[in-house]
Design a protein around this ligand. Structure first.
Ligand SMILES: Cc1cc2nc3c(=O)[nH]c(=O)nc-3n(C[C@H](O)[C@H](O)[C@H](O)COP(=O)(O)OP(=O)(O)OC[C@H]3O[C@@H](n4cnc5c(N)ncnc54)[C@H](O)[C@@H]3O)c2cc1C
Length: 164
């Protein structure tokens, strides 16, 4: 039987419900974050990869996701490095998604990543390397430094939202 560790503090209210499984593991409680759409159901996904360089840099991704009411995702090496939780990992060995909009930030577009996201309706790629394979699968591409592009995109979107 697993111990029941104290849950980590989360920044928003929680929905709590009881669940139980037969066998050696008993789930006593499952908590989900209020207002966060799970990845398989998300209509808008903002996803980032190793181009982010460091987990401490994820604020700009989370800010953009908040502006777009999007769910965040990541590439596998990011999850493998514990920069982001594994439930955000999309691709062949992660979650397969088909949102209306998938924004890929600093992700190269390896075939194993594309396998989980290429059914997205619209794919936007932000990458500093114009030869990044992801651009071949993109509907819209921005070649540039994500640390410059993402905050500027977010500011423009916030202004657009405020005006409409
Ligand atoms: C069996 C198997 C299964 C796999 N399954 C998956 C899977 O399910 N999902 C998955 O994602 N991967 C999977 N992989 C790994 C996959 O092959 C790639 O290695 C991985 O997707 C690469 O992750 P990445 O794009 O984040 O990193 P990288 O390949 O390192 O790419 C980083 C990108 O960021 C860009 N970049 C860097 N700095 C900046 C900047 N300042 N501004 C803008 N762009 C920048 C670079 O140009 C580069 O294109 C699997 C591999 C194997 C062998």
């Amino acid at each position: 039987m697993l111990s029941n560790p104290k849950p980590p503090a989360l920044p928003c209210p929680l929905k709590t419900f009881q669940a139980a499984l037969k066998g050696r593991i008993r789930v006593k409680e499952v908590k989900t974050q209020e207002g966060i759409v799970p990845l398989p159901e998300a209509e808008t996904v903002v996803s980032a990869g190793r181009g982010m360089k460091d987990p401490a840099n994820w604020g700009i991704v989370e800010d953009l996701a908040a502006t777009l009411n999007a769910t965040t995702a990541c590439s596998r090496p990011v999850a493998d490095s514990h920069w982001r939780p594994h439930h955000e990992h999309v691709g062949q060995t992660g979650i397969a998604i088909r949102p209306n909009l998938y924004i890929a930030i600093g992700i190269s577009g390896a075939i194993q990543h594309l396998a989980g996201v290429n059914n997205s309706k619209v794919i936007v790629v932000i990458n500093k390397d114009p030869e990044a394979p992801f651009f071949k699968a993109a509907d819209y591409g921005v070649v540039g430094d994500l640390f410059d592009i993402v905050p500027r995109l977010n500011e423009s979107l916030k202004k657009f939202k405020a005006a409409h």
